[in-house]
Design a protein around this ligand. Structure first.
Ligand SMILES: CC(C)(COP(=O)(O)OP(=O)(O)OC[C@H]1O[C@@H](n2cnc3c(N)ncnc32)[C@H](O)[C@@H]1OP(=O)(O)O)[C@@H](O)C(=O)NCCC(=O)NCCS
Length: 237
């Protein structure tokens, strides 16, 4: 019982540490859905690990109803997770989250849909994951990393890195700016589509120009009438 109260106290203190908007214990107790979701999860995870899996899942759905945060009961969550605002956060079954992690609304720790078994990310200690960021697949985000709002992280990230963009790439490591030398690092699926489209348009234009030039070149030894027939048969007029 004492350890439970201590852990509740730790969770609340962590919110004070991370959120300048938090004013009083009562306010934190009443107004932070991330905290409620975390407490629900601790019960649900206990049920999950004691083979009461259906009950655990059912209660996690109730927790989602109340908090708008979906944490699968199988997920392993470390100490002092702070989910700020919370709306739309999803943490998948095989996710592992370290200690002192902060995540904002709309974060997904999800699978790519292609893997089985351990298919969700492992998040290190002291990590901040910005609003709307998606961390997908069985990858590792190292200790003390920061994931930019709206990023999509698809590869493992070493300790002390800041990752931004879609797909996510490292912009800062150990406090120093990372210069991207590999163009693949900054390519995104939309630019690939544009490159393909531009290539196709270029090829079609070349073919059209050849075709038009061939049509407009008069064939030798034809009378004017024959030439005219050839031209109008080919849709020249
Ligand atoms: C990623 C983040 C932690 C970086 O903070 P930082 O260490 O101070 O880094 P900087 O702001 O110097 O940014 C470094 C580079 O990344 C870019 N960048 C920062 N955040 C970005 C993002 N979310 N998406 C794309 N690029 C981003 C910056 O433009 C800068 O690039 P530049 O040097 O070419 O101009 C921060 O920008 C962020 O996204 N925090 C999440 C906060 C959040 O979700 N708040 C929600 C509150 S409700």
């Amino acid at each position: 019982m004492t350890s439970l109260l201590k852990s509740i106290r730790r969770d609340i203190d962590f919110i004070f540490e991370r959120d300048p908007a938090a004013r009083s214990y009562l306010e934190v107790l009443l107004c932070y859905p991330g905290l409620h979701a975390l407490w629900f999860h601790r019960i649900n995870h206990w049920l999950w690990t004691h083979n009461l899996r259906l009950l655990a899942r059912w209660l996690s759905q109730w927790a989602r109803l109340f908090t708008a945060i979906e944490i699968h009961p199988g997920a392993q969550i470390g100490r002092r997770l702070f989910i700020d605002h919370g709306m739309g956060v999803v943490i998948g079954e095989t996710s592992i989250v370290g200690d002192d992690v902060t995540m904002y609304q709309g974060v997904t720790l999800g699978g790519t849909g292609k893997e089985k078994g351990k298919r969700h990310p492992t998040i290190g200690n002291d990590v901040i994951i910005g609003s709307g960021a998606k961390v997908l697949g069985n990858i590792t985000v190292g200790n003390n990393c920061r994931v930019g709002a709206g990023s999509v992280v698809l590869r493992s990230i070493p300790d002390n890195s800041t990752i931004v963009g879609v797909p996510g790439h490292i912009v800062l490591r150990n406090g120093k700016r990372v210069v991207i030398t590999d163009p693949k690092e900054i390519s995104d699926p939309m630019s690939d589509v544009f490159i393909r489209l531009a290539t196709e348009v270029h090829q079609i234009r070349e073919q059209l120009e050849k075709h038009t030039a061939a049509r407009l070149t008069p064939e030798p030894n034809l009378t004017i009438d024959q030439e005219w027939d050839t031209y109008s048969d080919g849709g020249g007029i």
